[in-house]
Design a protein around this ligand. Structure first.
Ligand SMILES: C[S@@+](CC[C@H](N)C(=O)[O-])C[C@H]1O[C@@H](n2cnc3c(N)ncnc32)[C@H](O)[C@@H]1O
Length: 298
């Protein structure tokens, strides 16, 4: 892909080196995804993170762990429901998820996608681990190349799109464009699921002020429109529904992690605990969205 075919929303790749290193530090990744840039950024952030964890009770990396766990557990559940699942992880960066799920669930078809430079870096890391790793798809989500990525999959099988650490970088208009593209390109699949994390407006949280200031810094460094778009889960539901999804669940960690492991994933739309909190921001810094299309209701 030539540089002229890239949208202007592409300056956030450096953050993938940071998160890539954090996944490695957490012991859930492979050294092949830990880059020197990631290590340098993690070292730089470490003192502030330590202070935040000691005095405020949470930090950037604790929200990373939360979002990663939510996405992994929901993906695992979808694989258990659909053993022939196909997965497209967009903006995959240096996340270990594709490698881990391909290793543990060989029956699924799991592909990753990112901007050309990051796709190349990821490909090199994957090849270090396994010469037969599938090709990392190279595409800008706001160009025709994104549509072409869907052609790699079989529409007779269900497809999951996953994004992590992505959608707050776009303004609302662009986010709507992305969601509508996912619905349009995925509408002929047997079932379409979209799993994503989302940082809501930080309210009722001791970290709120720190998060606001950090978000301004991130906006500047990434030359993006980094912002918080939603205050209540219902606002998220309406937005995703307007984009064309027919079922939308907003998962709030305070509700989700309060349940024993075996019960967590039953907390879906019709569950009373879930219903009760759909119009209430419970103070979590990160949520997970599970949006669906064409999936018969359980
Ligand atoms: C914050 S990083 C997150 C990486 C990974 N998902 C994680 O959680 O570790 C954001 C990723 O989005 C990718 N990205 C940004 N704009 C994009 C676009 N327009 N099309 C495709 N990928 C994009 C960047 O290259 C980067 O890898």
């Amino acid at each position: 892909m030539s540089k002229s075919k890239l949208s202007k929303h592409r300056h956030i790749s450096f953050t993938a080196h940071y998160t890539g290193y954090i996944w490695y530090q957490m012991g859930i990744s492979h050294s092949a995804f830990a880059t020197p840039q990631g290590k340098a950024l993690a070292l730089l952030a470490h003192p502030v993170e330590k202070l935040a964890e000691k005095y405020i009770g949470g930090s950037m990396r604790t929200t990373l762990k939360t979002r990663h766990t939510l996405l992994d557990e929901h993906l695992t559940q979808l694989i258990e429901q659909h053993p022939n699942l196909q997965v497209l992880e967009i903006a995959a960066g240096l996340s270990p998820r594709g490698w881990w799920f391909r290793t543990h669930y060989p029956s699924i078809d799991y592909r990753e996608l990112d901007l050309p430079a990051m796709a190349e870096t990821k490909q090199a890391s994957l090849t270090m681990i396994n010469l037969n790793s599938p090709e990392v798809l190279s595409a800008d989500l706001f160009t025709q190349d994104f549509k072409n990525a869907f052609a790699v999959f079989d529409p007779k099988r269900p497809l999951v799109i996953i994004s992590e650490g992505l959608i707050n970088y776009f303004d609302k208009a662009l986010l709507m464009q992305l969601l509508k593209s996912i619905v349009l390109y995925g509408q002929d699949f047997k079932a379409l699921h979209y799993l994503t994390d989302l940082y809501p407006e930080p309210v009722q949280n001791k970290l709120a002020k720190v998060i606001w200031s950090s978000s301004k810094l991130l906006k500047l460094l990434s030359r993006s429109a980094f912002s918080f778009h939603f205050v209540t889960p219902n606002e998220v539901k309406q937005f995703f529904t307007a984009a064309g999804f027919d079922q939308v669940d907003v998962v709030q960690p305070k509700v989700y992690f309060a349940e024993p492991n075996s019960q967590r994933l039953n907390l879906h739309t019709d569950h009373p605990d879930h219903q009760q909190h759909q119009n209430e921001h419970l103070g979590d810094l990160v949520w997970m969205i599970h949006a669906q299309l064409n999936e018969p209701k359980a």
